[in-house]
Design a binder for this molecule. Structure first.
Ligand code: F6R
Length: 606
């Protein structure tokens, strides 16, 4: 939800800002803008649409030349995407970029209007810019402090004052912001990929810390203006992780990165063939005492939780409740200090998941987060954290993050089942070893690209699709369906195949393709019967099953046979063809795969 960047140093500031913004476009792409000091004056260039529109504007009109400035890529909340609503906002004295939401902006706007200020945009951000101007007394630190005590909501702010043409000021609350530390140059950014080309060292700004950033030094103060001694973090993501490296889209690259991502996530947590999550604070003794679990997350991450529920309940016999974070926080859930609440989040910044974490803590529950972005809010605020090592996920549609979230679900399920004496040491080792073999099977599965491409060409003109399956296949289908929807803009729904005949089958006709997932041996024949039912109603059927499945070729119009492993682990393989089908359908329809319409990767608003 909006990307914020800033640069001060000897390079061409505009070039650095554009490059940094290009790595944050996944956070929003409704408009982009920059503000750069040109001969001590703040020059703002901004426009609606993707970053490339801004680049074209800079090339054809005016490219600010300078060495200090801020930039923004927007996901609109307050006010439609337009030139006027694009950031930066402000005036000749103070200009800002903002990620977050100012909840009391109406009151502030009324107050400032009474003080004689007028407003151009419909944004909440403009009130912060004007409030800074209102309080500005020549001392930016005092001014920012006054403003942050008056604004309510979330913010990561990059601020420049005309009187300080070599300095960026930054402050954050509930929206992420880092300060990149280079050699005689420094940066601000909403996320690490923006600075990777220039440096791997950075400070994580904590709540309400104020940073004063010059090219040769960075000072960070707390709200009481105490100078802080910040720990330098070192990003372990390499520069290639934020580049396409020859792939047409980040999504395709990230689908292919899944084997490595899973190995990086699982291997460090396996000792002597057994899962071991002790470094994250989870011991066998602790697991023994768990009597029920809650998993709370949004979107794809929640779908990983649903697979987790099936696996944990099946193997460990521990009841698991899975909630969408946006529902959890308003349904008055019954949890207490004996419960473990697991929050899953790629970004670690999702507003609803953050609120769920807060609620779980208020109820006294123990919290464990499964997070990809190191140092993100959810990771820092939960009692225990397991980092997934997927590397940066740039494509808005999540793929490799989902796979590594699943991998962690399995590690927890195996260790918990062992702790609860539901499986033996040997069985636990065997499951773990099969999990470690998944990357090889995914590599093999990726060879099925062509059939997925062909299927995509057949379904690309459908207006609606069904995904059907039972048990784990159903849980996995939810993710397949979400992927198709968000990328292709074709409506689809995942349905438990056994439930079809209770109503939904009336939708089925020869216009509605059905993707049937049947990888669970125990349920295979039942799903095949359901396939026959939809075929009898004219549906074109695509079947995803194990290579070894004993099924006639004419049972479906297309069959994708994927490598087999233990039934319980099949979702890790099955997800791949579903990702590829969604990917190629979007490509065939000419959609923007990495940046689907109306979406942003890090959803930091409720
Ligand atoms: C879909 C997708 C979203 C996210 C969801 C949660 O492809 O990426 O559904 O999974 O917005 O985001 P995180 O995991 O960052 O909390």
């Amino acid at each position: 939800m909006c990307g914020v960047v800033g640069y001060v140093g000897d390079r061409d500031c505009t070039d650095v800002l554009i490059n940094a913004l290009s790595k944050l476009e996944y956070r929003g792409y409704d408009s982009a803008g920059i503000a750069v000091f040109e001969r001590n004056k703040i020059v703002v260039e901004k426009c609606q649409g993707k970053l490339k529109n801004l680049v074209t504007k800079l090339e054809s009109e005016h490219k600010p030349l300078g060495h200090c400035g801020i930039g923004h890529t927007r996901w609109a909340t307050h006010g439609e995407p337009s030139d006027i609503n694009s950031h930066p906002h402000g005036n000749k004295r103070v200009t800002i970029v903002h990620n977050g939401i100012i909840e009391n902006y109406r009151q502030l706007k009324d107050f400032l209007s009474n003080e004689g200020y007028s407003f151009e945009s419909q944004t909440d951000t403009e009130t912060v810019a004007k409030l800074l101007d209102y309080y500005y007394d020549g001392n930016p630190l005092d001014t920012i402090t006054k403003v942050v005590t008056e604004i309510e909501g979330s913010y990561a702010l990059g601020i420049i004052f005309r009187d300080f043409p070599d300095t960026i000021f930054a402050v954050r609350k509930d929206s992420p912001l880092i300060v990149g530390l280079g050699e005689n140059e420094n940066f601000i950014a909403s996320d690490v990929p923006a600075i990777l080309k220039y440096t791997k060292n950075y400070y994580l700004l904590e709540q309400d810390e104020i940073a004063i950033i010059k090219k040769d030094r960075v000072k960070v103060y707390d709200v009481h203006h105490n100078l802080l001694n910040k720990e330098v973090m070192v990003a372990d993501w390499d520069i290639n992780s934020a580049e396409k490296c020859g792939y047409e889209h980040f999504m395709l690259k990230e689908i292919h990165e899944q084997p490595t991502a899973i190995t990086n996530t699982v291997s460090p947590r396996v000792f002597d063939g057994m899962p071991n999550l002790e470094e994250c604070g989870i011991t066998v003794d602790y697991l023994k005492g768990i009597s029920r679990l809650f998993i709370v997350a949004c979107g794809t991450a929640m779908h990983a939780g649903i697979v987790g529920k099936y696996v944990i309940e099946d193997l460990a016999r521990v009841p698991v409740t899975v909630d969408m974070a946006s529902e959890f926080i308003y349904r008055n859930p019954i949890i207490d200090s004996s419960d473990l609440v697991i929050l899953i989040s790629q970004s670690g910044e999702t507003a609803d998941t953050k609120s769920a974490l807060k609620l779980a803590k208020q109820c006294g529950a123990k919290t464990l987060s499964i997070v990809n972005v190191v140092g993100s809010s959810i990771a820092r605020e939960s009692d225990m954290v397991i980092y997934t090592h997927a590397g940066p996920e740039i494509s808005v549609a999540s793929t490799k993050a989902y796979s590594v979230q699943l991998a962690i679900m399995y590690l927890i399920a195996f260790e918990l089942s062992y702790a609860k004496e539901k499986i033996s040491l040997d069985a636990c080792k065997e499951y773990t070893s099969k999990l470690m073999d998944i990357p090889n099977l995914i590599t093999e599965t990726l060879e099925h690209k062509n059939i997925c491409q062909k299927i995509a060409s057949k379904i690309m003109n459908a207006t609606s699709l069904l995904y059907i399956g039972r048990g784990l296949d159903y849980a996995l289908s939810m993710e397949g369906s979400l992927k198709l929807k968000e990328l292709s803009y074709i409506h689809s729904e995942a349905y438990a195949s056994g439930e079809l005949k209770h109503g939904t089958i009336s939708l089925v006709d020869d216009e509605m393709p059905v993707i049937a997932v049947a990888t669970q041996d125990r349920l295979f024949d039942k799903t095949i019967s359901n396939i026959k039912e939809v075929k009898a109603r004219g549906a074109k059927v695509i079947l995803v099953c194990k290579e070894s499945a004993n099924v006639d070729d004419d049972i479906a119009d297309y069959i994708i046979r994927i490598p087999a492993t233990d039934n319980i682990l099949m979702p890790m393989i099955t997800t791949v063809p579903l990702q590829l089908i969604a990917y190629y359908t979007a490509v065939h329809r000419g959609n923007n795969v990495d940046q689907p319409r109306n979406l942003a990767k890090s959803v930091t608003v409720e």
